[in-house]
Structures are given as C-alpha cells and as structure tokens.
Design a protein around this ligand. Structure first.
Ligand SMILES: Cc1cc2nc3c(=O)[nH]c(=O)nc-3n(C[C@H](O)[C@H](O)[C@H](O)COP(=O)(O)O)c2cc1C
Length: 363
C-alpha cells in the first residue's frame, strides 16, 4: 500500500507539499507510553526547511499538533493522528513545471501513473511528506526508549566527493552531530562540506551525499525471516525516502573484497551472554538482530530541481530550456538525518512489538 508502512506498528501518511497540511496516523502504539508534542518537535526542527543557509529558503516552522490517541502525556493505545500545517507556499514557482517535466524529478512519472498530478508543488513526491515519517519515527523512538533503551544516531558522512573519516559508532551522539549545520561530526570535514554546498547553492546547482546510521542496544531476536528480514525491512524503509539511490548494511560492498577468515564475527563470552568480537554483519544474521549495533548507510542523489539551464523537452515533446525558479535544497543530506533515524525507529519498533508474539518472555 503506497502511503502505509509497518505491521504491528504502522504509519499512514497524508498531504501534498502545497496543500493545507501534511500529517499521519500512527496505529498500534501500546498504551501508557509517555508522549507529548515536545517529544516530536526537536526531530521536526532538525528536518525543517529554512533552518540554515545550506538548505532551501522555504520558511516553515513545522509545528506538530497531535489530535488523537494521547491524553495527559500518555498514549491510549488508540490511533495517534497528527498534522503540520503548510504555511510558506508559493505555487507560482511551479508554474513552469505544468508543461515541462523536471528532469529526474517525479513530474513525468506521476503524470504517467495517475494521468494528473499536484501542479502547485511537488505533491506527495515532495520532501514535505517526510514530516510524517519524522514525527511517526519520534513516537516509535519513545516506545524503543521505554521498552529497550535503543539509541539511534544518524550523521552525514559524505557530500559529493568529500568524505568524513570513520567515526566511533559506540560513542557518536546527536549532540555531536548537531554541532554544525551539515550534521557531519568531523568538524574539519564539515567545514569543507559546508563550503561546497554553499557554492553549489550560489551557482544554482546541487550535490548528493551519504547518511550513515547506527542503532545501538537493539535486543537480539528481532526480524522476521524470510521476507521480513531486518536488513530487508530497513532497506525498504530507507529506499522509500525521496532522493535515495543506495543502501548498504554492515560491511556492505567492501565485504566482497574480504576473505571469510577476516570477515567472520567470532563469538565471545561476556557477563551479558554471547557477543561478537567484530561486527561486519552489521548486527543482523539470518535477518535477525544479534544484539550488536545495527549500522548502515544511505546514498542520496543531487536534488533534481536546479536553477542552471537544462536542455530538455516539454510534455508535448518540444525542445525547451528549463531554468527552475523557486526555493530548493542544494543538498538534502543535512535534512535527511532525522528522516533516516525516524524510518529506522519505525522498523525496529515494529519488529520489537511483533517479537512479543513470537517467544514467551521476550521483550
Ligand atoms: C530532505 C529532502 C529535501 C529535498 N528537497 C528537494 C528539493 O528542494 N528539490 C528537489 O528537486 N528535490 C528535493 N528532494 C528530493 C525529491 O523529493 C525527490 O528527488 C523526488 O521526489 C523524486 O523522487 P526520487 O528522487 O526518489 O526518484 C528532497 C528530498 C529530501 C529527502
């Protein structure tokens, strides 16, 4: 189902980028989880447009309102509906795209699928849809925090060909990630990334990047073989985020260059039971979490809407030059960080709740 995600804990999202509001319904949240809008707003603030000179200039405060499922700061077990109003719409910016589909955006494909589309803005293909993922994800994090103490931290590891050195995934925190506008916790690299994004914005062009994510303290036993493997669910969740082009978990593609004797994660005995000495598996074996940190990375393309003149054709097939006007992100990764965290939280919380039905006495 196109706007519905998850099984036991499920999120349905709604809204177009230039409509009145965007929002969602989170269903399946257990009762008595501590939750207010203040638990959600910080993540929305990290996602919102207009937050710095490196993002789109669209100015939205993105204040969330919960309309059901919560009373006196506690969930009721009933569907949690929420919305964020759209305020800073300039539909005129999109007038050009009425007749000319933007190269590498979703104008042509939405038209091909539905025979119509939201012309006043990017509609459902706009990143405004991800507001509901971030809000739903923040709620899922409340469940994960209360039930298992799970910690999820994402950060920017590359912008264009500027790459940050490896980070200690056991220690990295959201506080460190937010120390600069790019959300790369390596200050020197962040400055270079920042300069690159600013210069591309100035030149009306765009650039891609990579978001890394670590999920710590995930209990062993989560994930549903064979089609609901944890890594498969995470891949689906991440590749459903707009502008994603790649997903890699654990050793990923670099593991193909290793030998089994180097790549295997030997078991060690600890006071907390069996652990592994290394973690090339990325915390998942046979589609089931093994109690080690889950880590993965997500590739984001350069945003399609650019001001630089592009040779293309209109819907009639006539040659034309497209120079996009309006406010657009020169690079999506600084804003994608809370989206990746939110989608990871939704997947893991869903599997945590499902696991209750699988093994007596499990969390
Ligand atoms: C946080 C975020 C911000 C985005 N901002 C823009 C933007 O300003 N301009 C644009 O053309 N695409 C932007 N995108 C990407 C488009 O939404 C996306 O490329 C488009 O829907 C086509 O889908 P696809 O790239 O997944 O194929 C953004 C994506 C994210 C995650």
């Amino acid at each position: 189902m196109s706007s519905h995600f998850g099984n036991v804990l499920s999120l349905t999202t709604f809204g177009e980028s230039h409509g009145k509001s965007v929002g969602g319904v989170l269903d399946g949240c257990p009762p008595n989880v501590s939750l207010t809008e203040a638990d959600i707003q910080p993540q929305l603030n990290r996602r919102r447009p207009g937050q710095s000179h490196l993002t789109t200039d669209r100015e939205e405060m993105d204040m969330v309102t919960i309309v059901s499922g919560v009373e006196d700061g506690r969930t009721l077990g009933t569907p949690i509906a929420f919305y964020v109003a759209n305020r800073d719409q300039v539909p005129g910016d999109y007038e050009r795209f009425r007749t000319i589909p933007r190269p590498s955006h979703a104008d042509f494909t939405y038209q091909a699928k539905y025979g119509t589309r939201s012309i006043s803005g990017g509609g459902r293909a706009s990143a405004r849809e991800t507001i509901a993922r971030v809000a739903g994800g923040a709620m899922a994090e409340r469940i994960l925090m209360e039930r298992a103490g799970v910690e999820i931290v994402a950060w920017v590891s590359a912008v264009g060909n500027i790459e940050a050195p490896g980070m200690d995934m056991n220690l990295i925190s959201r506080g460190e990630v937010d120390q600069n506008l790019v959300r790369c916790p390596h200050t020197e690299t962040a400055e270079k990334m920042s300069r690159l994004i600013a210069s591309l914005k100035e030149n009306r062009d765009s650039v891609g990047g990579i978001v890394n994510c670590v999920c710590r303290k995930v209990p062993a036993g989560l994930g549903e073989p064979v089609f609901g493997k944890m890594e498969a669910l995470l891949a689906q969740a991440m590749l459903s985020i707009p502008a994603t082009k790649g997903f890699e978990i654990g050793s990923g593609f670099s593991g193909t260059r290793m030998q089994g004797s180097e790549h295997n994660d030997p078991f060690i005995s600890t006071e907390n039971g069996l652990r592994t000495k290394t973690n090339f598996s990325g915390g998942i074996q046979g589609g089931i979490t093994n109690g080690e940190a889950i880590y993965f990375r997500v590739a984001f393309k350069p945003p399609a809407t650019i001001g630089i003149a592009q040779q293309t054709v209109d819907f009639e097939g006539l040659e034309t030059i497209l120079e996009s006007r309006g406010r657009h992100d020169p690079c999506v990764v600084p804003r994608a960080v809370p989206i990746v965290e939110g989608m990871a939280a939704l997947v893991i919380a869903d599997m945590l709740l499902l696991q209750k039905t699988r093994k007596q006495g499990s969390s």
